[in-house]
Design a protein around this ligand. Structure first.
Ligand code: GLY
Length: 427
């Protein structure tokens, strides 16, 4: 099978690395890929837009197109690729609206009885600000559209919430912020449940828990994710069952609405004292969740993705390693705000000498002298596996200690709350 993977972050490196283990994947092309995918696949320049991707796939005898990031999914790339007769992994534009419009997602959840926080949407600042005064803080402010993970503000006081509303309507996120949702704050630990689905069969993956805040102790601004582990020791069996039921209900809801959803459905949950509630649905693999979930997959990823794309997921067997995985994100100083790039990176080989340790590249590039340098906010994702939670964690941090670049920063408390148990969330 010749496979084209669209995207170039840590998630895409994890997808490409797992595909490279597959006996059925004979050639993998990453567009644009990154320094990590270059080690196991052929990198080509970014191919953008459905027509260009379909033409590239035809010209290169591609058997399966896998779309990693949300923007091309929302833009309908897989619709165009499928219309050209090429199997594609990832929902079409209709299905991807579940991520592309938070207003659509909320209305969808209401229509299908899916539990989520109460929310109201606004198309101008004045009524939104008046509503804030009425409901008070803590409160969540969300830009409706795609904002590269930066459109959500969890405001513990009203001043922060007011600023978030004003920024959205002042155009910080362009068209994505022209509608704003003000949403009930739900206290509790968060949990991600990714599921493969071909629109009929739903196969949940192992749960994971991201750390979205930039700084230790879950302080600071939201980021794309600073670290993650899988599975999640504090989730009860009953909560797990509810999350699986909710993801199934969402896929059934799509089918009822005539949407054939083929790809990964990402359920982002809060484990409240009234049971799991949906914080968000995404239309793709999580980043960095994929960097702990796929290393635990004990099955042929290429076959699974093709089966999803061809609507025959029911034919495929999946199994998971009986291990734990921990990933620590190494970021550029200043992220998620401004940061410098072009800093030489050392120590990756030494880190990967540790057993069951893999360093996924996110924002890396090669400079004119062929040195690996930083090229983004989140630079590397250091994943380690172990037979229990603490050994995976210790190994991940041992690997982190072997890597360095100027300005490197990371959270040293990934997994620390889970080690203390559920009470560490104070709810
Ligand atoms: N880790 C959060 C996301 O993928 O949206």
């Amino acid at each position: 099978m010749r496979i084209l993977v669209i995207g170039g972050g840590g998630r895409e490196h994890a997808i490409v690395a797992k595909l490279a283990e597959s006996p059925s994947a004979t050639h993998i092309i990453a567009a644009p890929g990154n320094g990590g995918t270059a080690q196991v696949a052929e990198n080509v320049s970014a191919v953008e837009g459905g027509e260009a991707i379909a033409a590239f796939a035809r010209d290169n005898a591609i058997d399966l197109v896998v779309v990693g990031p949300e923007a091309p999914l929302v833009a309908g790339v897989t619709d165009t690729v499928r219309a050209a007769g090429i199997p594609a992994f990832g929902p079409g534009s209709e299905g991807a609206r579940i991520e592309g419009s938070k207003e659509f997602a909320k209305a969808f959840m209401r229509r299908h009885g899916i539990p989520a926080g109460d929310s109201r949407s606004f198309s101008s600042a004045e009524p939104a600000l008046a509503y804030l005064e009425q409901v008070g803080a803590p409160i969540v402010v969300k830009a409706d559209g795609l904002a590269a993970g930066k459109g959500v503000t969890v405001a513990m006081d009203l001043q922060v919430a007011r600023e978030a509303v004003r920024e959205c309507f002042a155009g910080r996120f362009g068209e994505a912020g022209s509608t704003v949702l003000i949403e009930e704050y739900l206290p509790g630990p968060e949990c991600t449940l990714l599921a493969f689905t071909d629109g009929h069969t739903v196969v949940p993956m192992v749960p994971s828990q991201d750390h979205k805040r930039a700084f230790e102790g879950d302080e600071g601004p939201n980021t794309g994710g600073m670290g993650v582990y899988s599975p999640v020791p504090i989730v009860t069996d009953a909560e797990h069952e509810t999350m699986v039921d909710i993801v199934r209900a969402a896929v059934e809801g799509m089918a009822e609405e005539g949407i054939e959803y083929r790809g990964v459905l990402y359920g982002g949950f809060v484990l409240t004292d009234r049971g799991p509630k949906v914080l968000e649905f995404n239309a793709r693999f999580g980043d960095p969740e994929t960097q702990v979930v796929l290393p635990l997959l004990d099955a042929d990823l290429a076959e699974i993705l093709l089966a999803v794309a061809e609507g025959r997921l029911a034919d495929v067997e999946l199994a998971w390693r009986d291990d734990w995985a921990m990933c620590v994100v190494l970021a550029s100083g200043g992220y998620p705000g401004d940061y410098e790039t072009g800093k030489p990176i050392t120590g990756i080989e030494q880190a990967e000498e540790l057993p069951d340790t893999i360093v996924y590249h996110a924002g890396t590039a090669f400079d004119a002298d062929g040195r690996l340098v930083t090229a983004g906010g989140r630079v590397l994702n250091v994943t380690a596996l172990g037979p229990d939670f603490s050994s995976a964690r210790d190994r991940a941090y041992e690997a982190v200690a072997r890597i360095s670049f100027d300005g490197m920063f990371y959270r040293s408390d990934i997994g620390a709350r889970a080690m203390r148990g559920r009470s560490a969330w104070g709810v």
